[in-house]
Ligand binder design. Structure first.
Ligand SMILES: Nc1ncnc2c1ncn2[C@@H]1O[C@H](COP(=O)(O)OP(=O)(O)O)[C@@H](O)[C@H]1O
Ligand SMILES: [Mg+2]
Length: 260
């Protein structure tokens, strides 16, 4: 049982979309945790059952508030709501100030997320845009897999590489282990440039993995933006997502890395 964190370095490459896509295709029971410190958008993007709106008051904010007294995995599960498509979602914060105010609560949240495995669920975390010393670093450090989502243009690649280099240090745990870390490129591969973007970013660290590529597919992305789509499984995004979900599920089941 494991935790997979999606994050971005700069801009809006599609981290939330990728997280929701992978959660929808995950081979085991999964809970989506919207932990973007800048404020979450999953509640606004996914309708609840029968088109109802998800209750944005439930979710991360009450968890971070009560985490000062410790947090059990069951409490985390109790804050999850079923969204359309069957995914269980812990809704995110509504304002960035809430993340900073709860700075001491992130380790307890992270421990509760790690403990969800005993209750039979994996966790897909939308960690949002990550700075060098992010407020939710404990959540990232305790993850089994960290996925940096980027576009394949030059600026996106440069920022991603810089951020991954910094994370190689800040993600190191006291026991010397690091989460499995890798890149997921969003963009249409053009003939000749192969997976250059992934290769350049992977140069940031000896063992930065390549978790694959998602195509630019506006219709597919809208599935994870609240739109009703007749056959989501036929979109290019969902079809490509299957290989990405499989690669991540396999990495999540593997061993952690020992820091060099
Ligand atoms: N693979 C994709 N193809 C086309 N559009 C995408 C794709 N992924 C995301 N988008 C669109 O890009 C915008 C930002 O996506 P989002 O997932 O919110 O990014 P982030 O979480 O990195 O800020 C949204 O409008 C989304 O629908
Ligand atoms: Mg996002």
């Amino acid at each position: 049982m494991s935790t997979v964190c999606f994050l971005s370095a700069k801009g809006s490459p599609g981290a939330t979309t990728a997280a929701l896509l992978v959660a929808a295709l995950w081979p085991r029971d999964v809970v989506v945790l919207d932990a973007d410190p800048a404020g979450g958008d999953v509640a606004a993007r996914l309708p609840g059952p029968a088109g109802a709106v998800l209750d944005a008051e439930r979710g991360l904010l009450p968890l971070l508030t009560s985490a000062r007294r410790g947090l059990t995995p069951q409490q985390l599960l109790d804050e999850a709501q079923p969204a359309a498509g069957g995914t269980a979602v812990v809704c995110g914060l509504t304002r960035p100030q809430q993340a900073a105010a709860a700075v001491g609560s992130w380790p307890a949240l992270s421990a509760a997320a790690a403990g969800l495995g005993a209750l039979g669920a994996d966790v897909v975390v939308d960690a949002g845009r990550v700075t060098t010393e992010p407020v939710h670093l404990p959540l990232l450090r305790d993850a089994d897999v960290v996925v940096l989502v980027l576009r394949d243009d030059v600026t996106s690649v440069l920022h991603a590489r810089e951020r991954l280099t910094a994370l190689q240090t800040s993600l190191r745990r006291p026991d010397g282990l690091l989460p499995r870390t890798g890149v997921l490129v969003v963009g249409d591969a053009r003939r000749g440039d192969g997976d250059q973007a992934a290769a350049v970013v992977r140069a940031a660290g000896e063992r930065v993995e390549d978790f694959g590529r998602l195509p630019l597919d506006a219709a597919g992305a809208r599935v994870f933006d609240g739109a009703r789509t007749a056959r989501p499984e036929r979109t290019a995004l969902v079809r490509a997502g299957r290989a990405v979900a499989a690669a991540l599920a396999s990495a999540a089941a593997g061993e952690h890395r020992r820091a060099a």
